[in-house]
Design a binder for this molecule. Structure first.
Ligand SMILES: Cc1cc2nc3c(=O)[nH]c(=O)nc-3n(C[C@H](O)[C@H](O)[C@H](O)COP(=O)(O)OP(=O)(O)OC[C@H]3O[C@@H](n4cnc5c(N)ncnc54)[C@H](O)[C@@H]3O)c2cc1C
Length: 320
């Protein structure tokens, strides 16, 4: 088991090699960094500033890989459920690396830590169409690319042109640009998923370049307002949650939310976690839910659906 002291010694060595600027906290509750408001303490939570982010993250990941220290890359925390016991290792929060990095005709590049909604605003101010569908969606640009987030019949991959990442190359994390390839992505799937923490294929997304088009500002605003209002009406912001719990699947013939509704599971609860009374495919934190409550309720819903319909639901939210 990794001990806190080892992690602190490790961090000290990294900070001696590479200049650090940003925020570091020890025993930081992850509930403060997830939209579900669940999760115990991380040994170390670290948010490097934008000006040192690339170098520092490369150095941290390289040393962590060499020494066997676990690093979890955190975006906006809008799709994760960390354990109540917390995380033994370092949580590297990309939130300090935010903003528009570059623009060129037909394309805009955003840093991974940019909140999605802020990127949508930046685009709207400049009259760039193409991002309106994401208005109001929680999370970061890096997380949205990782998850290949999707709403209103559009996926992030429909706009993606290139991703710049840090990836392991001969023992060292180096920067590499990956041009978009349609076959790498699918429904809520990206090539970055299923990469185990600390494993060879762990990749940190640094930035993403998206295609944009010039569009009348009034139309952009109207569409953004409509998306935000729709989310509000559907109750997305009423309680802490991580949005949809399960992925949809065409083979089911109907949305997962409808299947759960028809089985009468709205309102089913475990501790402080409840299947939203207003949406079958959202679990909400009604009152001090634990990560265990969320996990048990997710498993229970999955089991009831499997028993009654034969459909095996695939969770979309990530249990660390
Ligand atoms: C109210 C609500 C509504 C939602 N609606 C939608 C919706 O309509 N459609 C949809 O698809 N999702 C939706 N979600 C889920 C969530 O917003 C998305 O999955 C989002 O893309 C997650 O991004 P994040 O930055 O919060 O990622 P996190 O939750 O922080 O992380 C998710 C995964 O991405 C990885 N990751 C994050 N950043 C990086 C990076 N820079 N490099 C490498 N890996 C990284 C993490 O390691 C983790 O494995 C909703 C969530 C909420 C709370």
């Amino acid at each position: 088991m990794v001990r806190l002291r080892d992690v602190l010694d490790f961090l000290k060595r990294v900070n001696e090699q590479t200049r650090f600027k940003g925020i570091v906290r020890y025993d930081e509750p992850l509930s403060a960094h997830t939209t579900f408001k669940v999760g115990g303490p991380a040994d170390v939570w670290i948010r490097p500033s934008a000006d040192v982010f690339e170098d520092y993250a490369a150095s941290l990941l390289t040393s962590a890989r060499a020494e066997g220290t676990q690093v979890f890359i955190l975006g906006g925390g809008a799709n994760i459920v960390p354990q109540d016991a917390g995380f033994r290792g370092i949580v590297l929060d990309a939130g300090g690396y935010a903003g528009l990095l570059a623009e060129e005709p037909g394309a805009a590049t955003f840093a991974a830590g940019s909140p999605v909604d802020a990127a949508v605003e930046t685009a709207a101010i400049r009259g760039w169409g193409g991002f309106e569908f994401l208005a109001g969606m929680p999370g970061s640009i890096g997380g949205a690319v990782y998850m290949n987030a999707r709403c209103y019949e559009t996926s992030v991959s429909d706009r993606l042109m290139e991703t710049v990442v840090l990836e392991l190359d001969d023992g060292v994390f180096r920067k590499r640009a990956i041009p978009f390839r349609e076959t790498d992505f699918g429904y809520k799937k990206s090539p970055f998923q299923n990469e185990r923490i600390g494993a060879d294929r762990q990749t940190l997304i640094l930035s993403a370049k998206f295609s944009i088009c010039q569009r009348e500002s009034a139309f952009i605003r109207d569409e953004m307002d409509a998306r935000r209002k729709d989310r509000e009406t559907k109750g997305h912001y009423r309680f802490p949650s991580a949005g949809s719990v399960f992925k949809n699947n065409r083979a089911f013939g109907k949305p997962v939310g409808k299947i759960i509704d028809e089985l009468g599971l709205r309102g089913l609860s475990r501790g402080g976690a409840m299947v939203a009374p207003f949406h079958g495919n959202i679990i909400v934190n009604t009152s001090n839910a634990t990560a265990t409550d969320v996990r048990l309720l997710t498993d229970e819903v999955r089991e009831i659906v499997r028993e009654k319909t034969g459909f095996v639901l695939e969770p979309e939210i990530i249990f660390l």
